[in-house]
Design a protein around this ligand. Structure first.
Ligand SMILES: Cc1cc2nc3c(=O)[nH]c(=O)nc-3n(C[C@H](O)[C@H](O)[C@H](O)COP(=O)(O)OP(=O)(O)OC[C@H]3O[C@@H](n4cnc5c(N)ncnc54)[C@H](O)[C@@H]3O)c2cc1C
Length: 367
């Protein structure tokens, strides 16, 4: 008999879970709270580990069409001094894919197309979960759905997570990141490079995200509320590319995000027929730009476990045993990369520390 999967949330985790399970022959429905897909957040860095999962889901060609593939990662000081140039041109050979940038809206569209819009229910907010021989979801619109498996892919404030494990404690550092969009045609930067700019009082990064677009992300010490203060702050980084990028940014595209992870990792992700994936399971700071990449890795591991075990509950136990120890150091190092003081101690000629961490903790290779 065909097994039925309920997926809560239509972000990157939920949509890719839906695609993966439907390709494995499951009858899948993805339930999304919002009446249209939120694509806030502008751009996204996908690393080879995430791109390899998209390729395994059959989306490699579509992804290559919408994304920017990046050959270099440049690191500057806020006065424009070159600190590091990391050459990534051998990454296809080394890791099976390039570092890349993508517009979130474009990625979401190819995921929905691959899922099939008939498997997606918009405006269905999960409010409660019960389980026994099957799992039942209740929705704010009064509907009920029943399945053999529920994947909670409903993001950092997951209702599925609190339904099965109760409240978990978030960090409270008050970190904020600012993001904006610009057109590459309006600026003088290398369209094949991602770059970071390090200052004593903040941090700025930018990358192309396909179709002539690019986006920046930034943190400015002590500025957590005021967009104009952020603009004024980074306009002071003369000698670096930053003032030119700020100038090319439509003010209305600048968004502010509060960042949180857990004080301690969740000890379990699965209970009975219910499991978690992506930010619902492991919210992380974007220091290593791995949140969405790890979400994709979750889905691949979940698919492998469900393919290997007929018993859903046994498969979910294996899934969490595989994934929890792999994600934990990435969450930890994503946080440590928010210690900008360490970065400012580096002088010209160093590699950006991001790459050793990627190699060791994401690709899990010896240095
Ligand atoms: C500033 C910033 C920069 C980042 N940059 C990167 C990067 O470059 N690379 C990277 O890999 N990661 C990055 N991340 C992390 C990445 O954005 C997340 O890890 C990723 O989007 C998580 O996807 P998700 O599907 O698990 O959760 P979400 O994207 O949060 O999706 C959850 C979905 O569930 C829905 N939902 C919520 N509650 C319910 C409910 N009760 N019922 C039904 N639906 C519900 C929501 O509406 C939403 O659509 C960044 C994050 C931030 C904040």
């Amino acid at each position: 008999m065909t097994k039925r999967a309920l997926v809560c949330g239509a972000g990157i985790s939920g949509l890719s879970a839906g695609i993966c399970l439907s390709r494995m022959g499951w009858d899948v429905t993805v339930f999304e709270r919002d009446s249209e897909l939120r694509t806030a957040g502008a751009g996204l860095n996908l690393w080879p580990n995430g791109v390899r999962v998209l390729t395994a889901l059959g989306l490699g060609r579509r992804y290559a069409e919408i994304a920017s593939s990046l050959d270099y990662y440049r690191t500057f000081s806020s006065s424009g001094e070159v600190i590091a140039v990391d050459d990534l041109r051998d990454w296809n050979e080394r890791y099976g894919a390039s570092l890349s940038g993508v517009y979130r809206r474009d990625l979401s569209k190819i995921l929905v197309d691959a899922l099939g819009p008939d498997r997606l229910r918009l405006g269905w907010q999960v409010t409660g979960v019960e389980q026994g021989d099957t799992v039942v979801c209740r929705f704010a619109n009064g509907e009920i759905a029943e399945g053999d498996l529920l994947v909670g892919a409903d993001g950092i404030n997951s209702v599925v997570r609190t339904s099965i494990f109760g409240q978990h404690t978030f960090s409270s550092d008050g970190f904020v990141r600012w993001r904006g969009l610009f057109d590459l045609a309006d600026v003088d930067v290398d369209p094949l490079s991602e770059a970071e700019v390090w200052g004593q009082d903040g941090h700025f990064g930018y990358l192309p995200i396909g179709n002539g677009r690019a986006y920046w992300f930034a943190a400015a010490d002590g500025i957590t509320q005021d967009t104009e203060a952020v603009v004024a702050h980074f306009n002071g980084w003369k000698g670096s590319p930053v003032p030119g990028l700020i100038d090319a940014t439509e003010r209305s595209s600048i968004i502010r995000s509060e960042l949180q992870d857990f004080v301690r990792p969740l000890p379990h992700w699965s209970k009975g027929r219910v499991t978690l994936a992506g930010d619902a399971a492991h919210p992380m700071l974007p220091g290593m730009a791995q949140g969405a990449n790890q979400a994709l890795e979750d889905i691949q591991a979940l698919g492998t476990a469900l393919d290997s075990y007929d018993d859903v509950e046994a498969a979910l136990q294996v899934y969490e045993q595989v994934r929890i120890p792999l994600v934990a150091p990435i969450v930890q190092y994503s946080r440590s990369l928010f210690d900008f003081d360490d970065q400012n101690e580096l002088t010209s000629g160093h590699r950006n520390p991001l790459f050793d961490r990627y190699n060791r903790f994401v690709e899990r290779r010896d240095v």
